[in-house]
Design a protein around this ligand. Structure first.
Ligand SMILES: Cc1cc2nc3c(=O)[nH]c(=O)nc-3n(C[C@H](O)[C@H](O)[C@H](O)COP(=O)(O)O)c2cc1C
Length: 167
């Protein structure tokens, strides 16, 4: 199908055929106060130096925070953490809702706040950003990483999935 005949909705639906994990990007907006945003555009970029990227919508509250603070966390969600993904995709965040969902933060060795009980945490420093259409690509240098055992939450065609077990 020629791309010109696809609406933005259809284009998003088409790209939804690419399966991803789900991450939450976190920034400390003021001391001890976190803003989080669900993102599946997270990608590894380079091994030496150790770089990752995430693409952020121009309208997201996260965008000016990343531009200003320059440091952010990436937390890769586990299977079963759909509610946490949905919470950080809503844009309305409160201490009460976070208590209800048992969301807790922890500080990494580089002083970045990330989500506890996730599959992987990365502490990152923004080293480059590029405006690309209606998103900005933030390239982050990884300062520390912590890996935990478990299975990932997956996202495919607009729905959460899990890795299936075949015997
Ligand atoms: C599974 C999933 C993945 C998402 N990935 C991204 C993404 O990569 N970049 C983005 O800007 N928004 C993404 N979103 C939408 C944002 O999470 C949502 O618009 C959020 O409210 C924006 O955050 P903020 O405005 O509070 O900073 C995703 C949403 C979901 C449910």
């Amino acid at each position: 199908m020629p791309i010109s005949s696809l609406s933005s909705f259809e284009f998003r639906e088409a790209l939804g055929h690419f399966t991803t994990g789900v991450t939450v990007v976190t920034v400390e907006r003021e001391p001890g106060k976190i803003h989080g945003m669900t993102a599946n555009s997270f990608t590894s970029v380079s091994l030496n130096p150790k770089l990752i990227l995430v693409c952020v919508d121009q309208h997201a509250k996260m965008l000016p925070l990343l531009e200003e603070k320059k440091h952010f966390g990436i937390s890769v969600l586990r299977a079963g953490q759909e509610a946490i993904s949905e919470y950080f995709a809503k844009g309305e965040q409160s201490t009460e809702a976070e208590e209800r969902l048992s969301i807790r933060y922890r500080c990494t060795p580089s002083g970045i706040l990330v989500l506890e009980n996730t599959l992987l945490h990365l502490s990152c420093k923004v080293i480059e950003s590029h405006i690309a259409g209606d998103h900005t690509i933030f390239v982050g240098e990884v300062e520390d990483a912590e890996i935990h055992e478990g299975e990932p939450l997956l996202y495919f065609r607009g729905k959460y999935r899990r890795i299936a077990r075949h015997s």
